[in-house]
Design a binder for this molecule. Structure first.
Ligand code: IMP
Length: 424
């Protein structure tokens, strides 16, 4: 059985949680490999709605082992709260496994995230203020505190003291805010240590054994390709690698262990936070996408910026993410638009860009070159097979396949799980 990576092919919020959840049914292991509680996954099952930010969406199936891999950053309070909420709704999260190598989000990370954004003013990134960036910064500057440190109180206290010596100078001298006391933090985190102990495992070994044992493994990406720290619209990105390559380092497996990379894209495109966005619509069409698509963030409630489908960016996502097939989500939102547009290239300074520009400056000043396609007026939210879609919608999907160079293997026309179908 295959190991599948599910990745966002745009700026996040594409509906990865829903697809990962569909694939999780019948899977043995579902792994989060990067990010933290900056992600937000809403899963709808019947009349029940679940909003998860850290626990992999497979948690709702008792047969699945949900894994939080080493590449994630973990806010232990958020994790425990989320587990308690799941228990309260009759879902047992006790199969969860957490990597001892995952880094912890500490209170000073959250604080630094917030004050730094304030300090940046007009140039702010628009982060989720969950401490994600500062936690990854500490990981790479080798000042991070890992889950395994919770089980060595002496090391935890000494690392924390060292790191706070520096952070407190930054907080007080640069950001003019109050320093933090290490003792209550040690106490708080040692409390989490005890509760989390049954879940902490060598998750790389667990995933390896599952793959070698021919089990079905789903790697659930968070955020999306254009928010990737290396391949996204830097610096308006997150601090990890949502692309499929991130699954290798973030779960501790090798490239030959992956069989399939499913890229998730909306039938249009959205982003939250600041940064370039060539096909953004600042008009009533964009407003309509927000309204019909319910385009408000799961985590922060922020209004998402909306635009026409950008195939320059999607082709790029296919390339850098090693995407083998696409899932096109929210196709129903485009019903009734009269005609629909697809950006196939950009134009800037008299030059035409068929490939994603290597110089980011181009993204700010470029004009998308659009193809106009006939729209459809029918409400397609009740459609359950490709053949029953209006011809214009089928043509739209066929054009996406053609431009992306990979097949569309899944289409979604509504929030229910039944509203997602395979084209075959
Ligand atoms: P951070 O990940 O909180 O540091 O935020 C960095 C950028 O990534 C901001 O533009 C956020 O809005 C964006 N971002 C982070 N997580 C998500 C997500 O799950 N969906 C969409 N955007 C996200």
């Amino acid at each position: 059985m295959p190991a599948t990576v599910v990745i966002g092919a745009q700026w996040g919020d594409e509906g990865k949680g829903k697809v990962a959840n569909l694939l999780a049914q019948g899977a043995d292991v579902v792994v989060r490999y990067q990010g933290g509680n900056n992600a937000g996954h809403t899963i709808v099952i019947g009349s029940e709605k679940f909003a998860l930010s850290l626990v992999p969406s497979g948690v709702i199936y008792p047969t699945v082992t949900p894994v939080i891999g080493n590449g994630c950053v973990v806010d232990p309070k958020v994790l425990l709260d989320e587990m308690a909420t799941l228990r309260g709704r009759g879902i047992d999260p006790d199969n969860l496994r957490l990597s001892g190598n995952a880094h912890l989000i500490m209170p000073y990370h959250r604080k630094l995230d917030a004050v730094k954004e304030r300090y940046l003013g007009r140039n702010q990134i628009g982060t989720t203020k969950r401490g994600i960036g500062p936690a990854y910064t500490d990981k790479y500057s080798r000042q991070g505190i890992r889950v395994q440190d919770l089980y060595d109180p002496g090391i935890l206290a000494s690392k924390l003291e060292d790191v706070l010596n520096e952070k407190n100078l930054i907080l007080s001298r640069i950001y003019n805010t109050l320093p933090m006391d290490p003792e209550p933090i040690v106490e708080e985190y040692l409390g989490y240590a005890e509760t989390l102990a049954p879940y902490v495992t060598d998750t790389s070994l667990l995933v390896w054994n599952a793959i070698k044992g021919n089990q079905t493994v789903v790697f659930e990406g968070a955020q999306g390709t254009l928010l990737d720290i290396d391949h996204g619209t830097y610096p308006f990105v997150t601090s990890s690698n949502p692309v499929a390559g991130g699954a290798l380092t973030g779960a501790g497996i090798g490239p030959r262990d992956i069989d399939r990379v499913l890229g998730i894209a909306k039938a249009y495109i959205t982003r939250v936070g600041t940064g370039p966005f060539p096909t953004e619509l600042d008009d009533e069409i964009g407003e309509r996408m927000v309204e019909i698509g319910g385009e408000f963030g799961t985590v922060t409630g922020r209004r998402r910026r909306c635009g026409w489908l950008d195939m320059v960016a999607l082709r790029y996502a296919v390339r850098v993410g090693g995407i083998t097939e696409l899932a096109i989500m929210k196709l129903d939102v485009l019903s009734g638009f009269g005609s629909v547009r697809i950006a196939t290239s950009y134009e800037a300074g008299g030059e035409r860009y068929d490939d994603f520009p290597r110089q980011q400056r181009v993204l700010y000043g470029c004009t998308p070159i659009y193809e106009d396609h006939a729209g459809w007026d029918e409400d397609i939210s009740g459609v359950r097979s490709l053949d029953d879609l209006p011809k214009a919608a089928r043509d739209y999907l066929a054009r996406i396949e053609e431009l992306a160079g990979v097949p569309v293997s899944m289409v979604s026309v509504g929030p229910d799980r039944e509203a997602t179908f395979l084209p075959a």
